[in-house]
Design a protein around this ligand. Structure first.
Ligand SMILES: Nc1ncnc2c1ncn2[C@@H]1O[C@H](COP(=O)(O)OP(=O)(O)OP(=O)(O)O)[C@@H](O)[C@H]1O
Ligand SMILES: [Mg+2]
Length: 624
């Protein structure tokens, strides 16, 4: 991480200050645009109205106090009675107005949170999956959560304190102006001083906080990963070291963080001094006016109270500003991730695929994940190169090749996680980029290399890829039928049948059981194109054979095509076609990665050196 050296003296020009202020403003107005809807705006208007009344009533209090003292002093019963009744009324009305204001604060907060939650989810899931796979990308859980929390903090700070303080400041200056314009001017002048101090403090935070925030984010990500991977940490005997390293990293981030905030807090001191000075000056002026006989002594009470209130509000507003500044880097990061452009080429009227047999054609496919990464010879590090083959309706294709050859990448491209850099994928003769992705996804069943079972029941997991209408229609008997076929019927372990809970991340399932649940979930969709990526690697030989024949039956029923990837050759020998990939680093630039395409095992054995080597290592005989 790039760490900027922090020295308090090097905050540059006023132009720089203004730029960082503009950035904070831009981020807040982005939040406002994205996360504040019309309903919340209406609530906010109500909130302003009631807060204004509540503040006005509280400001009347010192005036009435002055009037009461005056009444007592001059034996003027009317004044005294007005003052007492008025003060009682300010309490009653004040409570009612505050209740209404509080009511609308709550409604505004809730509405904004709801909108934000919804927007973030919507934008997060709408990003193409390739973006989520990017190393160092900002589309991460930590980034989203932190932005979420910081937005909540900013809105609470503004709604609970900012609005109240802002209104009190404006109203007390107004009241001061009515009684003594000069006192009002004195207090208002401190506003300018406050503004200038804020500019420099704001710069301090926005410039230096960002690298510190990113240190904290990296730490949170690492901590989360280690917590999730508690098993690996402890069984590797690394727990003690991990705790120490995390503590050191945290201390380092904290020290950088502290440097900034201590300077910030030190920088706020002149603000308090300025406030004290201005109230004293206003008091001196009022005292002088009374001394000279130009002002009633009772006017000094409201003048001093309002002057004090106004400068106190400036302090409160500074606190709000500090909180906003504190949150800005995370909000900036959230804005950055949510604004990442979708990498998929979009067309206006995509072709909608109907249910039916599917043919998928890979034509000269080439891809690299990171364009900026270059091999020693200066070319981009290719993952796929010159891949050309077709999966016909009902055909089962085995994708064979060494680890890292790009097999899973093919499955990602065919599901449009990203568009290929070279070549075209066609579905039923049409470029995949012209096809409605949701209609394509309805036809595809995908069993990923790593099982991802969600907390919930077995039924929830099995029906996960069905639409709500289909979920409502499918009967338990149909589910059990598929479960039996794919060996998901775990017998007595299913204590509550389909409603047995599988635990967080499927923790209550064995590796092989989780894999079978994933296979079931893809099969229950009755897809027309199945992608099976190492789906049976955790199964024993007997279960694997049974599950395999279950999958074969299901594929045959739907006349479905399939791409099947497996390291164990016995898994793929029943396929119709075999595509063998060469290791990508053995290729000349632009050379096709396909070593052999064969249509039977003997042909494969005769033509593919890679296959012969693998078969020998696994002891697979041709008779298999
Ligand atoms: N998200 C990613 N970002 C950058 N590079 C990646 C990413 N995913 C995979 N790669 C790289 O792409 C290459 C192909 O990966 P892929 O997962 O497609 O291989 P594979 O053939 O499925 O391997 P395996 O048999 O081990 O599953 C690998 O060298 C890998 O390092
Ligand atoms: Mg893979």
């Amino acid at each position: 991480m790039e760490e900027r050296e922090f020295t308090q003296g090097n905050q540059t020009s006023l132009l720089g200050y203004l730029k960082s202020m503009r950035e904070t403003r831009d981020i807040l107005s982005w939040c406002n645009r994205e996360f504040v809807n019309d309903t919340a705006r209406t609530f906010f208007k109500h909130l302003l109205f009631w807060s204004m009344l509540s503040r006005a009533v509280s400001l009347a209090y010192p005036y009435l106090m002055g009037m009461g003292i005056d009444g007592l002093y001059q034996h003027n019963l009317t004044f005294a009675i007005i003052a007492v009744v008025g003060i009682a009324l300010t309490y009653v009305l004040g409570s009612v107005f505050e209740w209404r204001a509080g009511h609308f604060i709550e409604l505004t907060l809730g509405e904004n949170l709801r909108t934000m939650d919804h927007r973030i989810n919507k934008i997060f899931f709408a990003k193409n999956l390739g973006l989520h796979l990017e190393e160092g990308g900002k589309l991460t859980q930590e980034n989203m959560e932190k932005g979420w929390n910081r937005f909540d903090m900013v809105q609470k700070s503004i709604l609970f304190s900012g609005v109240d303080s802002g209104l009190t400041l404006v109203l007390s200056l107004l009241m001061l102006f009515l009684i003594s314009p000069v006192c009002c001017l004195i207090i208002a002048a401190t506003l300018v001083g406050n503004f200038l101090i804020s500019l420099s403090l704001n710069r301090l935070v926005t410039v230096y906080m960002e690298p510190v925030e990113s240190m904290f984010r990296a730490l949170t990500r690492k901590r989360g990963e280690r917590w999730q991977g508690v098993e690996r940490v402890v069984t590797s005997g690394r727990d003690g070291e991990e705790i120490e390293v995390m503590n050191q990293e945290f201390t380092k981030a904290l020290e950088a963080d502290r440097k900034i905030w201590l300077a910030y807090i030190r920088g706020t001191m002149p603000r308090s001094l300025l406030a004290g000075f201005s109230v004293t000056l206003a008091g001196l002026y009022a005292g002088w006016r009374v001394w000279e006989g130009h002002m009633a002594v009772v006017d000094v009470v409201p003048i001093l109270t309002w002057a004090g209130m106004a400068s106190q509000q400036m302090r409160f507003l500074a606190r709000v500003e500090r909180e906003v500044n504190w949150c800005t880097p995370s909000l900036k990061s959230l804005r950055h991730s949510l604004s990442l452009p979708n990498q998929l080429a979009q067309i206006d009227q995509p072709i909608v695929l109907n249910d039916g047999p599917v043919e998928v054609e890979f034509d000269g496919l080439g891809h690299s994940y990171d364009h900026k990464r270059h091999a020693k010879n200066g070319s981009a590090v290719q993952v796929l190169s010159g891949l050309t083959f077709t999966v016909r309706p009902g055909e089962k294709i085995a994708l064979i090749g060494p680890s890292g050859a790009g097999k899973s990448t093919v499955t990602r491209l065919v599901q449009r996680y990203m568009d290929p850099e070279q070549g075209v994928i066609r579905v039923n003769g049409r470029d995949l980029r012209e096809i409605s992705l949701s209609s394509w996804r309805r036809l595809v069943g995908y069993i990923p290399q790593t099982a991802r079972v969600f907390d919930g029941t077995l039924r929830d997991n099995l029906l996960y890829s069905l639409s709500s209408a289909d979920r409502a229609q499918i009967s338990d008997e149909q589910i059990w039928e598929i479960m039996r076929l794919l060996r998901i019927d775990f017998g007595a372990r299913l204590t509550h049948g389909l409603d047995t809970r599988v635990g967080r991340n499927g923790v209550k399932l064995s590796g092989g059981e989780a894999q079978r649940v994933m296979i079931g979930a893809a099969a229950i969709k009755r897809p027309r194109f199945m992608i099976i990526d190492e789906a049976t690697s955790s199964l024993d030989a007997e279960n694997q054979a049974a599950v395999q024949s279950g999958i074969d039956q299901l594929l045959a029923q739907e006349e479905a095509s399939a791409i099947i990837i497996a390291h164990r050759l016995s898994t793929v020998l029943r396929c119709d076609t075999f595509v063998v990939l060469k290791p990508v680093d053995s290729l000349a630039p632009g050379e096709s990665q396909i070593e052999t395409i064969a249509h039977s095992v003997p042909e494969l054995f005769a033509r593919s050196e890679i296959f012969r080597t693998l078969a020998k290592l696994e002891g697979v005989s041709l008779a298999a």
